[in-house]
Design a binder for this molecule. Structure first.
Ligand SMILES: Nc1ncnc2c1ncn2[C@@H]1O[C@H](COP(=O)(O)OP(=O)(O)OP(=O)(O)O)[C@@H](O)[C@H]1O
Ligand SMILES: [Mg+2]
Length: 241
């Protein structure tokens, strides 16, 4: 099995860490039948990879064996986000039959947290997702780990999420606060239900949490700063006068 250090896998500010901790505890209450959990959203950038990676990190940190499975087969950026200097084979290679499971699972600095990254993107993974290798992979992973957390592509663009969902015990739906209309969320829920995928819970990501909350700091600096510029006066308490 390969070993990988994830340079960017760090603890979050306290309030965020606590929110993920609550999610972790609630997942525990879902019972022993729920093992394979996909993290999905309607559109890009809602925070699927972020939520999947941090819930996996916390689960492993408390000694619960968990694997983070990168199922964004078309446009995966998880390895860059996590700072993983991975050169070997990954999810799509396994699904295509050119690698075995032990070649794609990587140990990380987390004793109980392994990871499978997608190292080569594919144009049309539908065929791979319909293959028996995908089903076999999920069956094997659920034997080896208490939880399999799957990072997925957004549901409105491609049908990969529905295919992945049909092999899961349920989904955590990430909704980025204020980003998409309620109608779109309803469509996503309907698609998941049609695919036979139970929605285990919803994460309202990046919701405002008060004047000194993470939301304000993050948005204030990164987004308002970036898109509106300093002159706009949207900087809040960090504004340069
Ligand atoms: N709650 C949060 N607080 C701070 N940063 C966040 C939060 N959620 C997501 N981000 C950041 O927002 C960016 C987009 O998040 P992420 O990559 O997880 O979205 P995604 O839904 O996986 O996107 P894609 O559909 O393109 O895969 C990343 O830089 C991530 O670190
Ligand atoms: Mg992602």
């Amino acid at each position: 099995m390969n070993e990988l250090n994830l340079d960017n896998l760090q603890e979050l500010p306290y309030s965020m860490e606590e929110a993920i901790n609550r999610l972790r505890i609630n997942i525990g209450f879902l019972g022993s039948e729920v093992r394979k959990i996909m993290v999905i959203s309607s559109v890009p950038d809602e925070g699927k990879s972020f939520v999947a990676a941090h819930i996996w990190r916390q689960m492993a940190n408390v000694g619960t064996p968990a694997v983070l499975l990168d199922m964004d087969l078309r446009k995966s950026v998880l390895k860059e986000t996590l700072g993983a200097n991975v050169k070997g084979k990954g999810t799509s290679d396994f699904l295509a039959g050119s690698a075995e499971l032990d070649e794609v699972i990587c140990k990380t600095q987390l004793e109980d947290g392994d990871i499978i990254l997608n190292t080569s993107n594919v144009m049309n993974p539908s065929f791979l997702l319909d293959s028996s290798r995908f089903e076999n992979m999920m069956t094997e992973l659920e034997k080896r780990y208490r939880y399999v957390f799957e990072d997925t592509p957004p549901l409105d663009l491609v049908s990969d999420g529905e295919r992945i969902g049909s092999q899961c015990d349920g989904a955590i739906l990430v909704i980025r606060s204020g980003m998409i209309p309620a109608r779109m969320v309803r469509d996503t829920v309907a698609k998941l239900e049609r695919a036979g995928c139970r929605i285990l819970g919803v994460v309202l990501n990046r919701a405002a949490s008060g004047a000194n909350g993470y939301y304000r700091r993050y948005y204030g600096k990164k987004y308002y700063g970036k898109y509106y510029g300093r002159k706009s006066g949207y900087y809040g308490k960090d504004a340069k006068k």
